[in-house]
Design a protein around this ligand. Structure first.
Ligand code: 5GP
Ligand code: ZN
Length: 113
C-alpha cells in the first residue's frame, strides 16, 4: 500500500468517483464537495505540490490543464469556475500530492479565506 492517499486512488487501492482519465492524469470528485461541481485533477505520478513543477514537467503540466479544461466542459462550468491549488500546510494543503480543485456550479465570492 502506498502512504499517499492520492497515489492509492491512482493505484485503485482506494475508491474514487473518477470523471476523467488520461495517460498521465486523473480527475475525480472531491469527497467533501464545497460546490455542486468539485473535482480534483492530479498527475498520476507523485508530485508533492506546484513547487515541484517547472520546465522539466512542461508536458505533464499541459496534460493537467487539458484535463482541467475537459472536466470543466463536461461539468458545464467552462464559462465560470474556480481553479485552486493549495501549496503547503499553511495554505490549507492537506494531501501532499499535487491537485487542482475545479469548483463551480454556484456563485463564487472573492477573496477566499
Ligand atoms: P487540500 O486541502 O489538500 O487542498 O485538498 C484536499 C482535498 O481532498 C479536500 O478537498 C478533501 O475533501 C479531499 N479528499 C481528502 N480525502 C479524500 C478521499 O479519500 N477521496 C476524495 N475523493 N477526496 C478526498
Ligand atoms: Zn501521491
Amino acid at each position: 500500500m502506498s502512504e499517499c492517499l492520492f497515489c492509492e486512488i491512482v493505484a485503485h487501492e482506494l475508491d474514487a468517483d473518477i470523471v476523467h482519465e488520461t495517460a498521465n492524469t486523473l480527475a475525480f470528485r472531491d469527497i467533501h464537495p464545497v460546490a455542486p461541481v468539485h473535482v480534483l485533477v492530479i498527475p498520476k505520478k507523485h508530485v508533492a505540490s506546484s513547487q515541484e513543477l517547472g520546465a522539466a514537467t512542461g508536458e505533464l503540466l499541459a496534460e493537467l490543464f487539458e484535463t482541467i479544461k475537459t472536466v470543466a466542459e463536461h461539468a458545464d462550468v467552462d464559462a465560470g469556475h474556480r481553479l485552486v491549488t493549495n501549496v503547503g500546510a499553511a495554505a490549507g494543503q492537506t494531501v501532499p500530492h499535487l491537485h487542482f480543485h475545479v469548483i463551480g456550479g454556484r456563485p463564487l465570492s472573492w477573496p477566499p479565506g
